[in-house]
Structure formats: structure tokens, C-alpha cells
Design a protein. Structure first.
Length: 241
């Protein structure tokens, strides 16, 4: 259902979609039931058939069951939603599967800086490749990201991965994702971060191993991080500053 609206391109996208489907189905069921009951009683007890209103206290067992039974059923539905949600949350946020590659992500006003490991496959060495607004990944490889914010709060989001994580100044936040489909996907900033927030968007490119090697070979090795002033200058140009 969700994949018909937006691609599901990560290993846990299906599990996140499952939570969304459960919420939509259960919420939709109660919405339709409540509206059906509302219109049923509106027409059944319309003024032309019941000119004199009847005062109901809601204290008899017969009356109270219309409150308690739906209430208990809604609580049961909440428990079902919690089971699916906690399972997905634990898998995405608490588990860390074996890692194939690492990538560093830094949010600036108003651009993303992505630092990829170079030919040696290790992040934080002299051959790292730093790119603005372009994240390059290999399909079916598990990545650990190290997320930072250089100035204000940002939110690193890849909708196709069903992924979102806030970036907080002064903190490095780690997590993981595993792309499962090649293609090009949006990387918007999902946290208001200033006047240029609306145009702060990057792209993630998921390659085959051969395509990634060609891209990596085309890049000139740089230091582990672009100078902050250089990234900020690009970001400000994008923001029209």
C-alpha cells in the first residue's frame, strides 16, 4: 500500500510500513464504525419520530456497556499497535547489525555534508571523499552513519528508507540502514533550521558495486571533512544568501 505512494528502498522499510498499515486499518475501522453509529442514531431519533427528548444519565448497566465495550476494544487495538510499533522501533533504533561501511553526515545551514570512506574502506583516513548534498551507497550493504549538526538542529530524513533522525549540535548520533534498491532518492531536512530550510535537500544514490567503484574513482581524495567555511559557503549560495 505505502510502496505504491513512495518507494520502499531499505531493509526495514517494510516493517515500518507494516506499522502504518496496522494504524490505518484499525483507525479506519473505528472511524467508519463511529460515523455509521452517529448517522444511524441521527436518523433513528430524528425530531419527526421522537419529538420529545429523553434524558439519559448513562448509569444503568445497559447504558454503560455502550461505553465500556468500545473502550476496552479500543485499548485492545492500542496494545496491538504498540506490539508492532515497539518491535519496529527496537529493530531500527536498538539493534546494530554487522556493519559493511561507515558514512559521516553533517548538517549545515543549509546543506548536507556526506563523508564517504575512500578506497581503503575506512572512514576518518586521508583518502576519504567528502561531498555536499550527495550520499552515495552500495545496494545491499549495511551502513553505520555518524550524524552531526554544525550549527543548529537539523533532521536527516530519507523517506524511501522510512528513516528519520534529528541532528543535534554538540552530539554525534549513530544508527544504521541497508539500502535494498538501486536508484536516486530524496534527502530532505525535516526540521526547521532557518531561512534556507525549504531548499535544504540532498540526494542519495544507491549504486551497484561496479557503479559505486566508478563514482569513487572519479572523485579526487579529500580530507576527512571539507573545511566548515567551504561547506557553509556552498550552503549559503544554495540559500540565496
Amino acid at each position: 500500500m505505502m510502496e505504491s505512494l513512495i518507494a520502499a528502498a531499505s531493509s526495514y522499510a517494510g516493517q515500518i510500513d507494516q506499522v502504518t498499515h496496522v494504524v490505518a486499518i484499525l483507525g479506519g475501522f473505528w472511524l467508519l464504525l463511529a460515523e455509521a453509529a452517529l448517522f444511524y442514531f441521527v436518523f433513528k431519533y430524528r425530531r419527526s419520530r421522537n419529538p420529545k427528548a429523553e434524558y439519559i444519565t448513562g448509569e444503568t448497566k445497559q447504558q454503560m456497556k455502550w461505553i465500556h465495550w468500545p473502550h476496552n476494544l479500543v485499548l485492545l487495538c492500542d496494545i496491538v499497535i504498540l506490539v508492532f510499533a515497539v518491535r519496529a522501533w527496537y529493530h531500527v533504533k536498538q539493534e546494530m547489525p554487522p556493519i559493511d561501511e561507515e558514512v559521516r553526515v553533517v548538517g549545515h545551514q543549509w546543506a548536507w555534508e556526506f563523508v564517504h570512506s575512500g578506497p581503503d574502506g575506512k572512514l576518518g583516513t586521508d583518502d576519504d571523499v567528502s561531498v555536499v548534498d550527495e550520499l552515495h551507497l552500495i545496494v545491499n550493504k549495511t551502513y553505520k552513519f555518524k550524524l552531526e549538526a554544525a550549527d543548529v538542529l537539523h533532521s536527516f530524513s530519507i523517506p524511501a528508507f522510512r528513516f528519520k533522525q534529528d541532528a543535534v549540535p554538540g552530539r554525534q548520533i549513530s544508527g544504521w540502514f541497508k539500502p535494498t534498491k538501486t536508484g536516486q532518492y530524496d534527502v530532505p531536512c525535516s526540521q526547521m533550521c532557518g531561512i534556507g530550510h525549504g531548499i535544504m535537500g540532498g540526494q542519495v544514490y544507491v549504486h551497484t558495486p561496479e557503479e559505486y567503484r566508478q563514482w569513487l574513482d572519479s572523485k579526487v581524495p579529500k580530507s576527512a571533512s571539507l573545511p566548515v567555511k567551504g561547506v557553509d559557503r556552498i550552503a549559503m549560495n544554495q540559500g540565496g544568501m
